[in-house]
Ligand binder design. Structure first.
Ligand SMILES: *Cc1c(COP(=O)(O)O)cnc(C)c1O
Length: 367
């Protein structure tokens, strides 16, 4: 069987270094708030190109803390609006509603699947305080136009970099392009831990200080509480593992791109839409998304032939039960992507033979 993502093999590819790092932490007797987290925060900030990296429990928390810190600092208040793509993983939107802020959904561009820069300005109102872009599937969503709009209207630009570790825009890494960025290190992400973990990167010192406190019970000094925070810390084992994997992220992403090229060049079935890549530096292929009008049939056909695929994501956020007030809204481009998207197996450890087999099966698909 060709797995969608063989995590065991991904871990084994750096297995010796990972086991060495884990046993170092086990033997140290120090498991939280120690030098492994400190080192990873420094190394990840250097990698992304920001002054600050604050680790936390997961990627959703990272986004929640950015917005909560803006509220604590008086830059946003509940009821304010944050612009966000209508087609995203639910976490981007949960982070907004969790803080009592109002998501304003904007359609993506059908060729890039990223928030459409030309549709943002019309969504700005006097209550808009931020734009949360999502580098979906690993492709950079930032454009100069988005940066200029945020400056023009005085909006905070927040990046959801959960799917795009290592991605570059004009030589700068995603996660350093806006005012603050949330990162997830969920095991299946390009930079994945062996459990849950996340981080915020920013150059904003004040924001960083607030987030550091919020993610540690709201405390900046032991037993003194400035905010009603939560326990949202990354542990030493995850930091040690991530520091190992960070050393290999560029080579791992390079292999993802090779696989993506093989798919793009190899898939010739005219019923399949493969991704449009304008800039290979600006895509790290967390996901290899294709569109097919009969997506579910293609999924079943591939499954019958031993290939695992997943849809990211079958139901758009505005059609979810948790946002039942929005269910009548219409975002046709997002709805089309959610209805037609199918993600093919991709990872740093998939073999050429496996990729060629997927290509062969897709080209033979007649439905
Ligand atoms: C994975 C993901 C998150 C959430 O990260 P967790 O670590 O799972 O909480 C947020 N946004 C996007 C786009 C993601 O893909």
């Amino acid at each position: 069987m060709i797995k969608f993502l063989d995590l065991k093999k991904v871990t084994e590819s750096h297995g010796d270094e990972i086991k060495e790092a884990v046993s170092r932490v086990v033997d140290s007797g120090w498991y939280l708030q120690g030098k492994e987290v400190e080192k990873f925060e420094k190394d990840y900030a250097d990698f992304i190109g920001t002054n600050e990296c604050i680790t936390c429990a997961n990627g959703l928390d990272a986004l929640i803390w950015i917005l909560r810190a803006y509220i604590e600092l008086g830059i946003m208040k509940p009821g304010d609006e944050v612009i966000v793509p209508a087609n995203t993983y639910i976490a981007s939107i949960l982070a907004i509603t969790e803080n009592g802020l109002v998501p304003v959904l904007v359609e993506p561009d059908i060729t890039t699947y990223q928030i459409d820069p030309d549709k943002i300005e019309a969504a700005i109102t006097p209550r808009t305080k931020g734009v949360l872009i999502v580098h979906l599937y690993g492709q950079c969503a930032y454009t100069d136009k988005i940066g200029e709009l945020c400056k023009k209207y005085g909006l905070k630009l927040i990046e959801d970099n959960a799917q795009a570790h290592g991605c570059k825009f004009n030589g700068r890494r995603t996660g350093s392009l806006g005012d603050a960025a949330g990162h997830s290190f969920y095991p299946g992400k390009n930079l994945g831990a062996l459990g849950d973990a996340g981080a915020v990167t920013t150059d904003d010192q004040e924001l960083a200080t607030a987030i550091r406190a919020l993610a540690n019970y709201g405390s900046s000094r032991k037993y003194v509480f400035k905010y009603t925070g939560r326990n949202s810390r990354m542990d030493e084992i995850q930091a040690a593992v991530l520091d190992v994997k960070l050393r290999h992220i560029d080579e791992d992403n390079a292999r993802r791109k090779e696989v993506a090229r093989m798919y793009i060049e190899g898939i010739t079935n005219s019923r399949i839409v493969t991704p449009t890549v304008k800039d290979w530096d600006a895509h790290v292929f967390h996901i290899f998304p294709i569109l097919a009008d009969n997506r579910d049939a293609l999924h079943d056909y591939l499954a019958d032939n031993g290939v695992q695929t997943i849809s990211h994501y079958p139901i758009p956020p505005h059609k979810q039960e948790c946002y039942s007030d929005w269910n009548s809204w219409s975002f046709p481009i997002s709805e089309r992507i959610h209805a037609q998207e199918l993600s093919l197996p991709i990872s740093p450890v998939i073999t050429d033979e496996e990729v060629n087999e997927v290509i062969r099966l897709i080209n033979a698909w007649q439905d």
